[in-house]
Design a protein around this ligand. Structure first.
Ligand SMILES: [Zn+2]
Length: 258
């Protein structure tokens, strides 16, 4: 059942998006990819029932026991390789195509925003598609599990075990991603925060930067977060793959009425 307040929320979101006149950024987290079959770290389902991410996605554990960590990585890459973008990813690509969204900052490593057609994507925590060698910096772009007979994959230059180019616990955010994301957040007149619990820093600081620079924050998530009722000007609770297309439809109605 559609409540009147939900319709009003979509219209309010659309007004804010149109007012920003393209000066909009997005911040996405694991919640947006759950509908694509990729389980979130937090919450108990699938992969993370079996492997504690704080143990298996920790950089010193990878350095000590890369073979063990690759047991998890092999399963994770298999999940990511067969995942497809859902309606939320496609809606964000559509917003960019319409000139209503400039930059997307994602905490996800699954590459689904690009697969959906988004062009300006800052991968805050890297991406699983590329492997890198911690010993000699050799890289394997667009790696697919089918490319190797056995895991783990090894560096073709020095023989060390390769690591997906994602930020493990205990590693810093890549400097370039942090600088670009910070600039995008400060310039944005509105930031759409989608599917993130907003408690992993520094990613969670991005909407705060937008707010401090005089911009607005729209939050779309299944549950309330530390941003709700404080940093967020508008919080809409629900699944992003259902809510984002509604916001686009509301934008279209508003533009049509002008
Ligand atoms: Zn190497």
């Amino acid at each position: 059942m559609r409540t009147k307040s939900l319709t009003q929320a979509f219209e309010h979101a659309a007004e804010i998006m149109l007012e920003a006149d393209g000066r909009a950024a997005g911040l996405t987290g694991a919640g947006i990819s759950v509908a694509s079959g990729i389980p979130a770290f937090r919450g108990s389902q699938g992969l993370w029932d079996k492997y504690d991410p704080f143990e298996y996605a920790e950089i010193n554990n990878f350095k000590k026991q890369p073979e063990k960590v690759w047991e998890m990585l092999g399963e994770m890459l298999a999940v990511v390789e067969k995942a497809h973008p859902n309606r939320a990813h496609k809606a964000l690509a559509e917003l960019e195509g319409k000139g209503l969204l400039r930059t997307l900052i994602t905490q996800n490593v699954d590459g689904l925003h690009q697969a959906a057609g988004s062009l300006e994507v800052i991968e805050f925590h890297g991406a699983t598609r590329d492997l890198c060698c911690l010993s000699c910096d050799w890289r394997w772009p667009d790696f697919k599990l089918i490319a190797v007979k056995n895991l783990p994959p090894h560096c073709q230059q020095c023989g060390a075990v390769l690591k997906p180019d994602v930020v493990f616990f205990g590693e810093p955010i890549p400097e370039r991603a942090l600088l670009e994301a910070t600039a995008a957040a400060e310039k944005a007149k509105v930031m759409l925060v989608i599917g993130t619990s907003a408690n992993v820093h520094p990613a969670a600081d991005m909407p705060i930067l937008t707010k401090r620079s005089g911009g607005k924050v729209i939050e779309i998530n299944l549950e309330l977060t530390p941003l709700s009722g404080s940093v967020a000007d508008l919080t809409i609770l629900g699944p992003a793959d259902q809510l984002l297309p509604e916001i686009i439809a509301a934008c279209e109605r508003l533009v049509g009425n002008e």
